[in-house]
Design a protein around this ligand. Structure first.
Ligand code: IP8
Length: 257
């Protein structure tokens, strides 16, 4: 485990207005930047697509399944993610952080990790620079492309780097035990070495389902995963500094030895 390395995903529903195409939530981004700037610890950031990448992926009918998609669609989806990344990078620079944008094609090949490149991200993070990457459309092989989600990148990075905390930010307070009562599960533990996934996800959205799937993969490798409302960023700081916070912790599977 890398001491003090924190891996954070900024969810698309936090950093953009999902129902408004190509519209960043500047206020939310700036609030997160201010909070993260106050934490002097090695960070790696991943962000989602929200109303940038997702909006255009739908328009050009592009998915995670590798296919020969419309070349123009490939270009504009990729560009939209760079545009959103720039908004976040500039917000962070303004508050004195040192973000360094890195495309997933730099450290993955057909969705598989390039361990040497990923370890390089760790060295960068230990040097007061913050690697910031994002879900993207990536080349697979023979003219085929596919969307790699920021959630999948969280799994890929966690497996190689084993950060001390893995945090997903959402636009809700955590994983709900009861959707109607908006009752948040504080902790999801592994029962008999497996987390009761079906019980957890039946009331949540597809987006949340994917997030929880990736989070469970990370838990399966022994790391705790935090699900926190990114619109209340002081909770992120509290989770990082081991102060009481509102959100859900998915407990990593520990070996029984
Ligand atoms: O929002 C999706 O990343 P996600 C990126 O983390 C694109 O699923 C290009 C749609």
């Amino acid at each position: 485990m890398v001491r003090n390395l924190i891996l954070i995903k900024l969810g698309g529903s936090v950093i953009t207005f999902k129902e408004k195409p190509l519209t960043a939530n500047f206020e939310a981004i700036n609030n997160i930047s201010r909070i993260l700037a106050s934490l002097k610890i090695p960070l790696i950031i991943v962000h989602g697509g929200g109303s940038f990448g997702h909006h255009l992926s739908i328009k050009y009918n592009m998915h995670t399944r590798p296919d020969q998609y419309d070349p123009h669609g490939i270009s504009v989806v990729h560009e939209s993610m760079i545009a959103l990344n720039q908004v976040i990078v500039n917000s962070m620079i303004k508050v004195g952080m040192n973000p360094y944008a890195i495309m997933p094609s730099n450290f993955t090949l057909a969705h598989k990790p390039i361990a040497k490149k990923i370890k390089e991200l760790q060295s960068i993070a230990e040097d007061s620079i913050i690697p910031i990457t994002f879900g993207d459309i990536v080349h697979i092989r023979n003219r085929t492309y596919s969307i790699v989600s920021g959630d999948a990148l969280m799994s890929i990075l966690s497996k190689t780097l084993r950060p001390s905390k893995v945090i997903f930010t959402l636009n809700v307070d955590g994983i709900y035990k009861d959707m109607n009562k908006k009752e948040v599960l504080k902790e999801l533990d592994n029962i008999n070495n497996s987390i009761n996934f079906s019980k957890v996800v039946q009331d949540v959205t597809g987006g949340m389902r994917r997030k929880v799937t990736e989070a469970l993969k990370i838990c399966g490798s022994g790391m705790d995963v935090f699900m926190i409302n990114g619109l209340k960023p002081e909770r992120i700081a509290n989770a990082i500094t081991n102060t009481e916070f509102e959100g859900t912790v998915l407990k990593g599977l520990r070996s029984s030895k």
